[in-house]
Write a protein that binds this ligand. Structure first.
Ligand SMILES: Cc1cc2nc3c(=O)[nH]c(=O)nc-3n(C[C@H](O)[C@H](O)[C@H](O)COP(=O)(O)O)c2cc1C
Length: 174
């Protein structure tokens, strides 16, 4: 598939089948994040790859809204950043999260980004603290996102060029 077609087809998927993700696909997903570009090649990201159904259920409770879908995923990448390694770790981790979503799409998998940074757990403390405790993540790392992945159970229409927001595009000057 041409990249532009892949970009049109990629939609957030929040319902997944029980089908497990094959090891070869998991390996390619891991390769995709490690291929991410990063400012000054500082590679400030690390990833916890979660396929334990009990942990996935726990991750789904890391914030009150918008994380429930993780419980039904076969796999989740918890994207961690090290602010001491880069002042633009958020950008670097965001790029890794998106590349992971595109690789998932290319492998016939569905995915959804679940925001963690700047979000709170239902009990009022940072969602990242909940996740760090759950997964044993060192204190000096931050959690940017969870990318939930699985075989999608949803039919979603690809985007169409005619409905893109061309008003967002400014030529030469705003
Ligand atoms: C930075 C970011 C944070 C997001 N956080 C969540 C989230 O916490 N939960 C969720 O269900 N979707 C989340 N999404 C998915 C967006 O809701 C989705 O990308 C958007 O509605 C556009 O739909 P599409 O992905 O199908 O094109 C997030 C997406 C981005 C880029």
């Amino acid at each position: 598939m041409e990249l532009i077609e892949l970009l049109k087809n990629r939609r957030s998927r929040r319902r997944f089948t029980d089908r497990k993700i094959e090891e070869e696909k998991k390996d390619l997903l891991i390769k995709s994040v490690l291929l991410s570009p990063a400012s000054k090649s500082s590679n400030p990201w690390e990833f916890v790859v979660v396929d334990d159904p009990e942990l996935l259920k726990q991750l789904a409770t890391s914030k009150p809204h918008g994380a429930e879908l993780v419980a039904g995923a076969s796999l989740a990448f918890v994207v961690l950043g090290n602010p001491a390694k880069s002042d633009v770790w958020i950008e670097d981790c965001s790029i890794a999260s998106v590349l992971l979503q595109l690789e998932a799409e290319d492998l016939g998998l569905g995915s959804c980004w679940v925001q963690v940074r700047a979000r709170n757990h239902a009990d009022g403390y940072p969602a990242s603290e909940f996740i760090k405790k759950l997964l044993g993540v060192p204190e000096n790392l931050e959690v940017l996102s969870i990318v939930a992945i699985g075989y999608s159970e949803e039919e979603k229409k690809p985007r169409v060029f005619e409905k893109l927001g061309y008003e967002k595009i400014h030529q030469n000057k705003y």
